[in-house]
Design a protein around this ligand. Structure first.
Ligand code: FMN
Length: 354
């Protein structure tokens, strides 16, 4: 079933749902126009606009747009794309009648949920205490290149192509806000049932990194010896790994956290649940890696914690419910990584079945 107002064409709806801001035009009883930028959410047969806390000096009932709607419910909402490349200009305008939804009603609750789903900033605002504007669209008009311009694809693809694993860093500190940005990206990864089955430990102090390196080193030494490696090779590899941990300005340990997942009576479904959690940990890691690269940082991935999770938990004093899986190193690359990077051709990876 279509979840968008039926007066909108497919292209118009697709354009509108990707826009983060629109302009709401209202007019008073005398026909005097008034237009303001608004955040909005599109739903079955309606467009919702929150009355949030931004205008602190006026109660929401005194807002001009609210008073106008009470006097004259005819409104227009326009969302547009402007770029210097005028081939990409576009807009969609919706005309309709607006009403105010009172807090506590079913539709108001649904609208607040929708708006918070689109704008995470609303999670920290008490928008549920204010009325929500609901526009019931009656007609729609549009112009220009409604389809997504190609430039928004390649921007992401440029980051994907540019990112590479870095294993040697400059001794240049990483600003805290960049680390926070990387964690923020990880936080927004998709996850099974939205449970976010991962937690992050950020390590920056030399002594902490040393403790981690020692704990993982012991395990690795035992494994390398079991593989029959010579003492010389074992020592060389261990020192290399220790240096990698100590030289990276920031380490982010990504741990699996299974406590919030669904519980099933049968082992097979439970295994599926755990696999999904691990898949989503990979998504969180990739979000972090791409955002690091996009923010001018470099990053690398070390799998060592996966092979000695209890030792890592003990060395870092973490909750026993955490299962360390991946260690991301963050910093500024000490030169381009020497390793050749290549990928299999696309036709080796993909089959099409009509
Ligand atoms: C699950 C996983 C584990 C990895 N573990 C390590 C590791 O322990 N040490 C390492 O140097 N690189 C590790 N990597 C990085 C890969 O070697 C690297 O992504 C791959 O060689 C491709 O190179 P690129 O990232 O520069 O494109 C790991 C990557 C993934 C996805």
């Amino acid at each position: 079933m279509r979840t968008i107002p039926s007066v909108l064409g497919e292209d118009q709806a697709a354009f509108l749902v990707r826009q983060r801001v629109a302009r709401l035009a209202t007019s008073d009883g005398m026909g005097k126009p008034h237009a303001v930028p608004v955040c909005f959410a599109l739903a079955r047969a309606s467009i919702f606009i929150a009355l949030d806390e931004k205008p602190k000096d006026v109660p929401v009932s005194r807002l001009k747009r609210v008073r106008n709607i009470l006097q004259n419910p005819d409104v227009a909402l326009i969302a547009d794309r402007y770029t210097e490349d005028w081939n990409l200009l576009a807009f969609v305008m919706v005309r309709g009648r607006a009403e105010l939804l009172d807090p506590g009603t079913e539709e108001h609750t649904a609208a607040v949920r929708l708006l918070r789903g689109k704008y995470h900033q609303y999670e920290a605002m008490r928008i549920e205490e204010n009325p929500v504007i609901a526009i019931r669209p009656e007609s729609a008009a549009s112009w220009g290149a409604l389809e997504e311009p190609e430039t928004s694809g390649p921007r992401v693809l440029d980051t994907i192509h540019g990112r590479r694993s870095v294993r040697r860093y400059l001794q240049k500190g990483v600003p805290e806000d960049l680390v926070e940005r990387v964690l923020e990206a990880a936080r927004w990864a998709p996850s099974p049932h939205g449970r976010q089955p991962w937690r992050f430990a950020v390590l920056t102090k030399e002594a902490t990194k040393e403790r981690l390196a020692r704990a993982m080193g012991e395990e690795w030494r035992a494994n390398l010896e079991m593989d029959g490696q010579s003492m010389e090779i074992v020592e060389k590899r261990l020192e290399g790994s220790r240096r990698r941990l100590l030289d990276a300005p920031v380490l982010v340990l990504i741990c699996l956290y299974l406590e919030d997942l669904d519980a099933y009576p049968d082992a097979e479904r439970q295994r599926g649940e755990t696999t999904m959690a691990v898949q989503s940990l990979g998504a969180a890691a990739q979000n972090a890696l791409l955002t690091a690269y996009d923010s001018g940082l470099d990053a690398g991935w070390m799998c060592a914690p996966l092979f000695c999770p209890e030792k890592v938990v003990e060395a870092l004093g973490l909750e026993p419910s955490l299962v360390p899986h991946a260690l991301l190193t963050l910093g500024y690359a000490d030169g381009d990584p020497p390793k050749r990077r290549s990928r299999k051709a696309i036709d080796e990876l993909v089959v099409y079945r009509d």
